[in-house]
Design a protein around this ligand. Structure first.
Ligand SMILES: C[S@@+](CC[C@H](N)C(=O)[O-])C[C@H]1O[C@@H](n2cnc3c(N)ncnc32)[C@H](O)[C@@H]1O
Length: 312
């Protein structure tokens, strides 16, 4: 992990008081921390940097970890690598969703991609940001994203059918700057960052995957700058009790505080309803992105992800 990232970090368990870590650096090279123990001076919880990767999710997020376990398999990694990079791989059936989301980002100082998976949006935002951080709870996804960052390419087994696979290679464009990026294992419900930090945030297709969707929005709101801030939000609102209890869904129900469509409820929340997400955001644009996940050569899932670009 780049040493400069330490300046933004706080203990994810003591977010209100914003305790910076006491770092015990065990191995470093030039500007990178290779291994370290980061201790919270308040709760004394220890977090690790191992082989250059920071692991900053608290163990108490067991529900999140169970949901995230499905993202740790090679099959799902193959699906997401195709989904993120099929246009770069010049696949004839490529999905252009990520270039669409990438075009929603703008020149800025510091960006975060929450639920970054195998990194496409993080890399894209980094081309327009002084520094970009990608976070995901899946250590498999973060390892893949870091490998792509380090080497500029990755070879992987694309699922063809059943256990049949084919070697594929993704090579990131030569002109991409990969130096101004950090990938961190962290929980979207316990972001290890100070409030009022990021001038641009992205949260793509993660809201319906976390056990407490409203807490996820509160965390995005907390770490986003209170002024001159941009948020790129997108989600298909595929509510399921596999991820969150029905009482915690932000839409898709007939009763409760968030009955009706999540899109409408989120627009109201972001625009200041009940002062839950403050300072209020303004909607710059909204619409749909057609996004594809490829399971194997004969099975693609087409997902309509509803995006909202917000400013404040
Ligand atoms: C549906 S995928 C979307 C990934 C990516 N943003 C995209 O649009 O392709 C959901 C992502 O959220 C991650 N995730 C799920 N729960 C999480 C949590 N509590 N904290 C951080 N990441 C989480 C998963 O590992 C996965 O990468």
């Amino acid at each position: 992990m780049k040493k400069e990232v330490l300046d933004y970090l706080i203990c994810p368990l003591c977010r209100k008081k914003e305790y910076s870590f006491l770092p015990n650096i065990l191995k470093e090279s030039d500007k990178d921390i290779i291994s370290a123990i980061l201790t919270c001076p308040h709760c004394h919880k220890k977090f690790l940097i191992k082989d250059g990767t920071a692991y900053l999710s608290p163990d108490l997020t067991k529900n999140s970890s169970i949901i995230c376990a499905k993202y740790e398999t090679p099959q799902v990694a193959s699906s997401y690598l195709w989904s993120h990079y099929s246009d770069i791989m010049a696949d004839p059936e490529a999905c252009n969703a990520y270039s669409t989301w990438a075009n929603m980002s703008t020149d800025t100082e510091l960006s975060i991609d929450i639920g970054c998976s195998v990194g496409r949006m993080t890399f894209e935002m980094a081309q327009k940001s002084k520094f970009t951080i990608g976070v995901d709870l899946s250590s498999t996804f973060i390892a893949i994203a870091k490998k792509l960052q380090k080497n500029g390419f990755i070879e992987f087994d694309l699922i063809i059918e059943g256990e049949l696979t084919a070697k594929n290679r993704i090579t990131l464009p030569d002109n991409w700057d990969l130096s101004n990026i950090e990938f961190i294992v962290a929980d979207a419900l316990y972001l290890p960052f100070k409030k009022d930090t990021f001038s641009q945030s992205a949260a793509l297709n993660i809201l319906d995957k976390v056990p407490k969707p409203l807490d996820h929005l509160k965390e995005i709101n907390r770490v986003s700058k209170t002024k001159n801030s941009r948020l790129i939000f997108s989600d298909p609102f595929s509510w399921s009790t596999d991820c969150a209890k029905k009482k915690d869904w932000l839409g898709g129900t007939q009763k409760g505080d968030y009955k009706g469509f999540a899109f409408d409820n989120l627009c109201e929340l972001f625009c200041g309803k009940n002062n839950i997400l403050t300072p209020a955001w303004k909607i710059e644009k909204h619409g749909d992105v057609l996004w594809e996940i490829r399971n194997h050569r004969n099975h693609y899932e087409m997902i309509k992800s509803k995006f909202i670009i917000l400013l404040r």
